[in-house]
Design a binder for this molecule. Structure first.
Ligand code: NAI
Length: 704
């Protein structure tokens, strides 16, 4: 059992002990009910204290049991809470560190609650596309008031215990402990106090019996609904949070509980909830590498060096400075260093101006930064990340030098976005220490990090960089070596489809609008303008010689020939007004597309939004299936993580492969076969990948 029972004098102590956060798995739930029975059967026990060992009171449901029969097995959480309420002796929840989701709901079933300061209190279910399902929407408003409770339930964000304790009239905490260290002692003293108070057999207080009202209920809930609609247009759960809390104010408690349950179960079956739960698990799974066990020893990373102080080098360095890890940046010339450091300082200063960063933090971070033009000064670094020009010759010179000077065991990483990491590793005599760390721009903002595993990269290097990624708050996904790795290799196909759509009859605005309606943050043409159309141009020029069979629309090249590189020059697929990011359609570009079409002898046709979305998204899916099959990605969910965290794929769709699963792979394959018949498209590309064909034949999907 993962809940311990002990008796201290006349107080029984039930301690949840299911690391890391005392998730309420089956064994823990059984432990609680068994403890309650033991306490009630023991005449010497006068009251019960329920608390958590280690780093939490309880973080809620046990994610290890998600989707297994154990998650719902009796006693389920509702039954446990009922058993707590019905305990004949007072039960006091002693809360510290974390009380979230089911953990908070459990405490709300207790007769009394004492909390340590600094505890994070939350009902985060909305973040998984759900509402709290074990009475949270019915009990929290009764102890905090409707508005404070609804704010917590709709946002899912944690609030500190001491803040909640200050809310006027709150009944969430009967008492605050003087410190986390004193909680156990003071909880036992408090339990003795309440035991004495109820020695006369007076009824034990239950949250369910408290009133739940709002003086201007109708107006308030209308207001709340409007607010929520704006905030979460793609998700049904936030609006249901409002409905559930409103039910708490209008229905009797038991009826309200049924209402909550029904909404909870209905939400469980929505694609949005499935998408969010998938991503929750996918993000955690991404850090696990099949053949690198979790106990693989790690190298110590205390000092970092970055080569190149350009766009990427600066952003990469900021990640480490933010995490308190000293960085030395190396450049060829002092001017480049000064410019790079100036940009970094400017970024921090902008954060200070916005009130997001305190001046002393800025000083501390910049204080961890050193600069040099001399390799001697970086030789002791534990990790060096190269972010110089994207030219193999330059990389070769840098890695040869690193091989010469770096201490043994230092990890040598490249931020290359297109070059062969195995080749880069071969420039050194220590290819086992070389790895790709592909950051995304702006590197201090974007969450995604592709960790590129070379053929010879050592396992402890992989384990170390995955841990480092966590430290600098990145979501890391492992990719094998191939052109473009996972993310850019897929986006190339998406971009190609964008080009064909223009040739066949679309305008850039039409394509962007359709995919943005689907939920992408930005369509391919607005994206191109932001990233710089010249980057894609350079890649295509290389492709024309490397892969002469690959078919490309030439429209984007014509655009680049006109110097329309995008936002940085004020014109690209669209026009831009200085200081604004609004994309304004341009007649000249549209005319250019029409003329090119004419030159190709294509009669334009009206293309539906549905076709646009399918061609763009399924092109990602087909390439992803090849990537999976080749073992470039370890699992389907890793690819979804790449697209959600690095490419603005709509969160409520769960990533390209989760979306394909939702559509049904049979349907996806059928659509691909339809696209194969389009003579203006690339028939060879649209042959459904063997993996897709196999999954369809077996009636399976990508994510199991
Ligand atoms: P950048 O041109 O802004 O910066 C490169 C910097 O490296 C310059 O400051 C240059 O002076 C310095 N440098 C060049 N050769 C050097 C040498 N031998 N020793 C020391 N410093 C040297 O380029 P950016 O955009 O920062 O790209 C750097 C790397 O990151 C490239 O490999 C690129 O493919 C990759 N990358 C770029 C992304 C982007 O969006 N810009 C995204 C992901 C990766």
């Amino acid at each position: 059992m993962t809940a311990e029972y002990k008796v201290h004098g006349d107080i029984a102590l039930i301690t949840l002990n299911n690391p890391p956060v005392n998730g309420l798995g089956l064994a823990t739930r059984q432990g609680i009910t068994a403890g309650l029975e033991q306490a009630q059967a023991d005449p010497a026990v006068k009251a019960v204290v329920l608390t958590g060992a280690g780093k939490a009171f309880s973080g809620g449901a046990d994610i290890k049991e998600f989707g297994t029969p154990k998650a719902l097995a009796e006693p389920n959480l509702l039954s446990v809470i009922l058993a707590v309420e019905n305990c004949s002796k007072p039960v006091v929840a002693a809360i510290h560190s974390v009380a979230m989701g089911g953990g908070l709901e459990l405490s709300l079933g207790c007769h009394y609650r004492i909390a340590a300061p600094g505890a994070n209190i939350a009902l985060p279910e909305v973040k998984l596309g759900l509402i709290p399902g074990a009475g949270g929407t019915q009990r929290l408003p009764r102890v905090l008031g409707v508005e404070a409770a609804l704010n917590m339930i709709v946002s899912g964000e944690p609030v500190k215990s001491e803040m909640l304790a200050q809310l006027p009239g709150q009944k969430l905490f009967d008492k605050m402990a003087s410190s986390p260290e004193k909680l156990a002692e003071e909880a036992i003293a408090f339990a003795k106090e309440v035991a004495a108070k109820h020695a006369d057999g007076s009824p034990l207080p239950l949250v369910r019996n408290l009133p739940c009202k709002h003086k201007d209920g109708d107006a308030y809930f209308q207001f709340a609904r409007n607010m929520v609609k704006g905030m979460a247009k793609n998700f049904p759960a936030p609006a249901k949070c409002v409905d559930a809390v409103e039910a708490a104010t209008k229905q009797k408690f038991d009826q309200g509980m049924l209402t909550e349950r029904e909404m909870f179960i209905n939400l469980m079956w929505t694609p949005e909830c499935r998408a969010l739960r998938h991503l929750f698990m996918a993000e955690r799974a991404a850090s696990k590498i099949p053949d690198v066990p979790e106990d693989t020893p790690q190298r110590k990373i205390e000092k970092v060096a970055v080569i190149g102080a350009g766009t990427m080098g600066g952003g990469i360095s900021m990640n480490f400075l933010n995490a308190g890890i000293p960085v030395t940046i190396l450049e060829m010339k002092q001017e480049a260093l000064d410019r790079g450091v100036g940009v970094m300082r400017g970024n921090y200063e902008a954060q200070v101006k916005k009130g997001k960063l305190k001046q002393d933090k800025l000083d501390a971070r910049m204080g961890l930064l050193k600069t040099t033009v001399n390799y001697e000064d970086i030789k002791d670094a534990d990790l060096v990340i190269e972010a110089v020009f994207e030219e193999i010759g330059v990389k070769e010179a840098v890695f040869k030098k690193l091989d010469e000077v770096m201490k043994p065991g230092a990890i040598l990483a490249s931020n290359t976005s297109t070059l062969d990491v195995n080749k880069i590793a071969s420039f050194t005599k220590r290819p086992q220490d070389v790895v790709g760390l592909h950051f995304f721009s702006p590197a201090n903002v974007m969450k995604l990090l592709e960790v590129v595993r070379g053929e010879k990269t050592a396992k402890d290097v992989m384990a170390t960089v995955m841990a480092v990624a966590k430290k600098i708050k990145k979501t890391a996904v492992v990719s094998g070596v191939c052109d473009g790795f996972i993310g850019n290799r897929m986006i190339e196909q998406y971009g190609r489809q964008g080009g064909f759509l223009l040739d066949e009859g679309c305008t850039p605005a039409q394509v962007d609008r359709a995919i943005e309606k689907f939920g992408f943050a930005m369509g391919p043409f607005r994206m191109g303008d932001l990233a710089g159309n010249d980057i894609g141009w350079a890649i295509r020029k290389r492709r024309y010689t490397e892969k002469p069979d690959m078919k490309y629309s030439k429209t984007a090249d014509l655009l680049c020939e006109k110097g329309r590189f995008g936002q940085k020059v004020g014109k690209g697929w669209y026009d831009y007004v200085p200081g604004k990011r609004d994309a304004i359609p341009n007649a000249e570009v549209e005319q250019m597309i029409v003329e090119h079409r004419k030159a190709l002898g294509i009669t334009p046709r009206k293309i539906s939004d549905e076709e646009i979305v399918q061609r763009l998204v399924f092109s990602l899916v087909n390439e992803a299936a090849h990537i999976l099959e080749e073992g470039i990605a370890n699992k389907a969910s890793d690819i979804d993580v790449v697209y959600i965290f690095g490419y603005g794929f709509p969160v409520h769709r769960g990533g390209p492969l989760k979306y394909a699963d939702e559509v049904g792979l049979f349907n996806v394959a059928q659509a691909m076969k339809r696209f194969q018949k389009n003579p203006l498209d690339d028939a060879k590309f649209w042959e459904p990948a063997p993996l897709i064909q196999r999954l369809v034949a077996e009636g399976k999907n990508f994510n199991g």
